[in-house]
Design a protein around this ligand. Structure first.
Ligand SMILES: C[S@@+](CC[C@H](N)C(=O)[O-])C[C@H]1O[C@@H](n2cnc3c(N)ncnc32)[C@H](O)[C@@H]1O
Length: 212
């Protein structure tokens, strides 16, 4: 999917109840607090950058979608920064869109001087993957905890800590952000039946702190 689709969605991701706060975001901030500089990869609506700046860090944002107004327009798989350029490299709720996840993690490890902090949705079974792809064709895939551990280690990073969170938000707004409607939306709801209660969807998240 081209970055133009993401640019069209930019406002929705700034306002999104699923992105603008949450305990996973608090965790990334806590893991970054003693650092001075950070790179926010796939910044989207800029929530990680906003919170890290509030915590006193100097932050550079990057994203391939110009409409997200990143400081630097680039894909995670090819970061135009020098080795060891940032104390912290952060990436939240975006890795499941990356075409080449191995390359993206290696790039994050290369440009980090000290640590990489990541959050993403955890793999929740084949129905979950089908629902995510139907709702948003830019979805590539999510990974299990074991897959995450192996991706991080293969990039030469050491895992310091792994935490798990639940993210609960408005189901209709989640569908609307990607323009999923009609029969397709009904089928997505059927696939996610055990995760939607009172109009709210709950997804499982993994947060990882790893050292270079
Ligand atoms: C769900 S949004 C990110 C959310 C944001 N990090 C936050 O915490 O609110 C996903 C972002 O991934 C970006 N993206 C998609 N493919 C990418 C890639 N290959 N490399 C980097 N970013 C990518 C999109 O442009 C979009 O802004």
């Amino acid at each position: 999917m081209t970055s133009d689709v993401w640019s069209e969605r930019a406002r929705a991701y700034v306002d999104s109840d699923a992105h603008r706060d949450g305990p996973d975001l608090d965790q990334l901030v806590e893991w970054s607090q003693d650092a001075e500089t950070a790179l926010d990869v796939a910044t989207g609506g800029g929530h990680v950058a906003r919170r890290l700046r509030e915590a006193g860090l100097r932050v550079v944002t990057c994203d391939p979608a110009p409409g997200m107004r990143p400081d630097v327009i680039c894909r995670a798989e090819s970061l135009p920064f020098a080795a060891d350029a940032f104390d912290v490299v952060a990436c939240r709720t975006a890795a499941h869109h990356f075409a080449d996840i191995e390359q993206a993690i290696c790039e994050m490890a290369r440009v980090s001087r000290d640590r990489v902090v990541l959050v993403d949705t955890l793999f929740m079974g084949d129905d979950g993957e089908e629902a995510e792809r139907l709702r948003d064709p830019s979805h590539v895939r999510t990974y299990t905890e074991a897959e995450w551990r192996s991706l991080i280690q293969e990039a030469g990073l050491s895992i310091d800590e792994v935490r798990f969170f639940e993210s609960t938000f408005d189901f209709s707004a989640w569908l609307a952000r990607t323009g999923c409607e009609g029969d397709e939306a009904s089928y997505v709801e059927e696939l996610l039946d055990d995760r939607v209660f009172d109009g709210r969807l709950t997804l499982d998240k993994i947060a990882i702190r790893a050292s270079v």
